[in-house]
Design a protein around this ligand. Sequence first.
Ligand SMILES: Nc1ncnc2c1ncn2[C@@H]1O[C@H](COP(=O)(O)OP(=O)(O)O)[C@@H](O)[C@H]1O
Ligand SMILES: [Mg+2]
Length: 347
Amino acid sequence: MTERPAGYDDHPDGVVVADETGTVVVFNRAAEQITGMSAAAVLGKELEDALPLEGLDGRAWWPCARPYDGLRSVTGHPERNLILPGGQEVLVTSRYVRQEARGPVTSVVVAVRGTRHRAREELSRAELVSTVAHELRSPLTSVKGFTATLLAKWDRFNDDQKRLMLETVNADADRVTRLITELLDIARIDSGRLTVSRQVVDIGRVVARHVAAMAARGEDPERFDVQVADGIPEMWVDADKLDQVLGNLLENAVRHGSGTVTIVVEPAGDGAAVTVTDEGEGIPDEQRDRVFTRFWRSGRRGGTGLGLYIVRGLVEAHGGQIEVGRGPGGGARFRFVLPAATPDFLD
Ligand SMILES: Nc1ncnc2c1ncn2[C@@H]1O[C@H](COP(=O)(O)OP(=O)(O)O)[C@@H](O)[C@H]1O
Ligand SMILES: [Mg+2]
């Protein structure tokens, strides 16, 4: 009785098993942690006494569930939110094991899970919804305001004024589109549906292409210093996702930082590292952990605050890591490392 069946203690959920007589024979470590009861005190007791669950309405649960003397067609219960004597909420799933259909119950297996993690997830989901609604509303308010004004007073504005308003409307529409694209990326990252399709990519060339594109958009090409070291292995990465990562980091360096932006590509581990350093104000130490969270931004220069969250998701989807620190001049330094990897079909 004191010896626990192997394996149950490694189970992440609390597991309680009662035999055909309703006596508790397994009470794993997670069950001890969640309920605060020790296995020694509970093994050998009746299931009802070992795990005196109540419904949210305060009614005792086992007399309703009746695993041993209830309907023989019942095979268990899907996840329910129940309460332990101390008032602690738990999520409980149970299975009534029968050797033959409609035969007597030979054991009852109960899985117990704490609700704290889930409550936190739900909170952040609610936060996400309200932030997104807010982010969408401000550009839409501006779009609505300018179009309504133009429609009502078209003749009272000269061409320059009209152009200015339409440019604002256009930029706000772009902002809404960008936000929605980013949200879709986030949904993919959060649900693990992000797929990485690898191909051989020359990272140094990709960086040079990004710098040329920024110069074409009006940035001073002298602002960028690209250094590509020798000895970089053949890198198998998702080219589109690498573009997104570099695009975000370079845009941040230009928009949030200042001075020269130095981009170093070098071998690291069995892959390559890319470091983007600027000469701006940098990111205060106490904010380092926060820059990668959703919607975090210091608020100086508009953006959605989603860029770095997505960047980290994309780097990690490749099996890589990203970190932020400070460059020699005090500016922000972002460094990500990607494994060289192999083609998808060898993964
Ligand atoms: N190179 C940088 N220098 C200073 N601050 C930066 C830099 N890159 C990012 N940040 C800070 O991190 C925040 C989050 O960046 P990001 O997730 O890309 O959002 P966004 O660019 O939309 O504001 C930025 O708002 C900015 O405050
Ligand atoms: Mg950004």
